[in-house]
Design a protein around this ligand. Structure first.
Ligand code: HEM
Length: 390
């Protein structure tokens, strides 16, 4: 990898990323190629010779989930597979989460959020994570699949206990991730069984079951789709909602502008996600010798797209560090891209928009209280604490 500057480790520090981005579109590090600019980042995400499945397997290996039933199941799930198997798994999932199917749920989602806000005791500070962010996506999941609402806390904890150790590389939580995966499998099996016994409706569990009945997927693949829906729909949305609220409240003028003009909410959310993405890095690996932006890659080379850097590329986003509501609707990279892009992004955007809209209406003078704390890792950011007063 001659020709590009080398750093031992590319961190998440703003100053380092800005300094390197001003100098070069990518650097090499001890683990591979680190892409910093927007256009080559998109090229990497859409590159036909760069695969994602291995990158999730690598995360499992790094955590020490190398064998056993959980690993066997992970090996058959969308995020680890490639080629024809991946296409078989992604198609029913894409049908399930297609725009029109999800958009018809907007009014239901609004009601779920209103109910969450109704539960907040009056007259005390709001813990925006515990009182709102941890509640909305898990209740939405229960609604989607027609599961009892009282399962929402269990669903939130299963998604987090499974994914957080894998995404943050927290080896101390390895066994908990495995245990949570096993419980999720049982939960999904039982729930799909219950939906079959009760008679199918138009909820997502029923749609997935019909996909199996119609031969679009096997019984096993149905279970994997159910597990993936639970895992992927909750944890990432919880933290991205926390990051969006943190960004909007950290400057009072931002909150005021959306309270005064709610039509600005979609643009404000895109901008908050651009500046504070849940995923800081998206991984790929070359499965054959190829090149990226003129840079030669051997089979097996790793490529890491830094969304923290690419989302602030001045070529793509003039005045990149500024929070601006007048940008063209240029989508940044928080949902990845190419053939592996996030299938839940329409749903996630509706959840975020409805949550912020309901909060802006109900709490027009909301103010951040105390420090906003995050756990920032190379792969993701978790919001640890975020409080506000009305
Ligand atoms: C704001 C919340 C969310 C964020 C930030 C997010 C982000 C991401 C990212 C970065 C990827 C990997 C993309 C890539 O490698 O190019 C991904 C994949 C995925 N996401 Fe999301 N996601 C969110 C919410 C959701 C929701 C609500 C669902 C489901 C209802 C979902 C389902 C999926 C699935 C199934 C994949 C795997 C796609 C594949 O491997 O083909 N996500 N997401």
């Amino acid at each position: 990898m001659a020709g590009l500057p080398h750093v031992e480790v590319l961190g998440t520090e703003r100053d380092d990323l800005d300094r390197l981005s001003a100098e070069t579109w990518a650097v090499t590090s001890s683990r591979g190629l680190e892409v910093l600019h927007f256009a080559p980042a998109v090229a990497a995400l859409e590159h036909p010779s760069l695969a994602k499945g291995v990158s999730f397997q690598r995360r499992l290996d790094d955590l020490g989930i190398t064998e056993g039933p959980a690993r066997d199941d992970w090996e058959n799930m969308l995020v680890t597979t490639e080629g024809a198997h991946r296409r078989t798994l992604r198609r029913p999932f894409a049908v399930l989460l297609a725009g029109p199917q999800v958009k018809r749920l907007t009014a239901d989602l609004r009601q779920i959020i209103e109910d969450v806000l109704d539960d907040i005791p009056a007259g005390r500070d709001i813990d925006l994570m515990a009182d709102i962010a941890w509640k909305v996506p898990s209740r939405v999941y229960c609604h989607l699949v027609a599961a009892p609402l009282d399962k929402a806390p269990l669903v939130a904890s299963l998604s987090d206990r499974t994914l957080a150790p894998i995404l943050t590389g927290d080896r101390a939580r390895r066994q908990d991730s495995i245990d949570a995966f096993d419980t999720t499998r049982d939960f999904v099996r039982e729930h799909l069984g219950a939906r079959r016994r009760e008679g199918l409706g138009d909820d997502f569990a029923s749609i997935m079951i019909r996909q199996q009945i119609d031969g679009l997927q096997t019984e096993e693949e149905l279970i994997y789709e159910g597990i993936a829906l639970l895992q992927a729909s909750v944890d990432n949305t919880v933290h991205q909602l926390g990051l969006v609220l943190g960004m909007l409240l950290s400057e009072p003028a931002r909150w005021k502008s959306i309270v005064d003009d709610p039509t600005l909410i979609p643009a404000a959310i895109e901008e908050a996600m651009r500046l504070a993405p849940r995923f800081n890095t998206v991984f790929r690996q070359a499965h054959e010798a190829t090149e990226l932006n003129g840079h030669a890659l051997d089979a097996g080379d790793w490529v890491f797209v830094s969304t923290l850097a690419a989302n602030r590329d001045p070529e793509r986003f003039p005045d990149p560090h500024a929070f601006r509501l007048d940008r063209r609707m240029v989508r940044a990279l928080q949902f990845g891209g190419g053939p592996y892009s996030c299938l839940g992004q329409t749903l996630a955007r509706i959840e975020l928009q409805e949550a912020v809209a309901a909060m802006a209406k109900r709490f027009p003078t909301l103010e951040m209280r105390g420090p906003w704390t995050c756990h920032v890792t190379n792969a993701v950011t978790e919001v640890v604490s975020l409080r506000a007063t009305t």
